[in-house]
Design a protein around this ligand. Structure first.
Ligand code: ATP
Length: 232
């Protein structure tokens, strides 16, 4: 195991009922490092995110965070201690306003004002119900608290899914800023697009296993074909 990792899945086996999805997943990330977790639909990426966040128990293996074994920690404790999951589909409260959503993460008004200064699109819509926002605005709302109070680890599941290119660029600028501030990032994507550009390291998942991990520089067309299709 990487002694510099701030977060690590170690031999994780997990699934739903009798269905095993993760079949021994090892994945780690260092402070200030971006890991792109890539793989086809159904490979188990979202399941790995759920295990990381504490939303799904493991049946074998351990989850390490900041040197502690957090396998048994509930999701709220992991979140409170700085392990943040931006779930697929954003995870905002649709029936609360933008500001009310922010308040759940940023109870202090001054912090919310800083978030609004940083993200003027949200400031203009602070009293609008989050469910009425565009997908891009919802993603910005999900990430806003991290900009003001950076977590130690941020796991983002399909952060650019269905979003316009301009807002995707904005979201990846936020990831780059967080990385520069020392946050460890795991960016999950089905297609190797935006996440690959920013990644230091890539991990390919297939059928519940990490089938290859290495520096981004070593990822070429041949490697991509092998990772996604199992051909070389
Ligand atoms: P996607 O891009 O579709 O989210 P993924 O790589 O994230 O793909 P998962 O969502 O982790 O993959 O799904 C892996 C497998 O687990 C799939 O076969 C899926 O059908 C199954 N699965 C996911 N969620 C559940 C659930 N709540 N109950 C039962 N099976 C599930």
């Amino acid at each position: 195991p990487d002694p510099e990792a701030v977060f690590r899945l170690d031999g994780v086996v997990a699934g739903y009922g009798d269905v095993t999805v993760l079949r021994g997943v090892d994945l780690s990330v260092r402070p200030g490092e971006v890991v792109a977790l890539l793989g086809a639909n159904g490979a188990g990426k979202s399941t790995a995110c759920a295990v990381a966040a504490g939303d799904l128990p493991v049946s074998a293996g351990r989850v390490w965070y900041g040197g502690a074994d957090v396998t048994g920690w509930p999701a709220h404790r992991r979140a409170r201690e700085g392990l943040f999951l931006a779930p697929e589909g954003r995870g905002v409260f649709p029936a609360l306003t933008v500001e009310e959503n922010l308040t759940t993460w940023l109870p202090e008004a001054a912090d919310r004002e800083r978030a609004f200064e940083r993200l003027p699109q949200l400031a203009a819509r602070r009293d609008v119900l989050a469910g009425a926002l565009s997908g891009g605005e919802q993603q910005l709302l999900t990430l806003a608290p991290a900009l003001i109070r950076p977590p130690r680890v941020l796991v983002a599941d399909e952060p650019s899914l269905g979003l316009a290119p301009l807002v995707v660029a904005q979201i990846f600028e936020i990831f780059a800023e967080l990385r520069d501030r020392g946050v460890a990032l795991v960016l999950v994507e089905e297609k190797a697009t935006s996440a690959l550009e920013i990644a230091d390291r890539v991990a390919f998942m297939r059928l519940g296993r990490i089938v290859w991990t290495g520096p981004r520089d070593e990822v070429d067309a041949e490697r991509l074909a092998e990772a996604y299709l199992g051909v070389s």
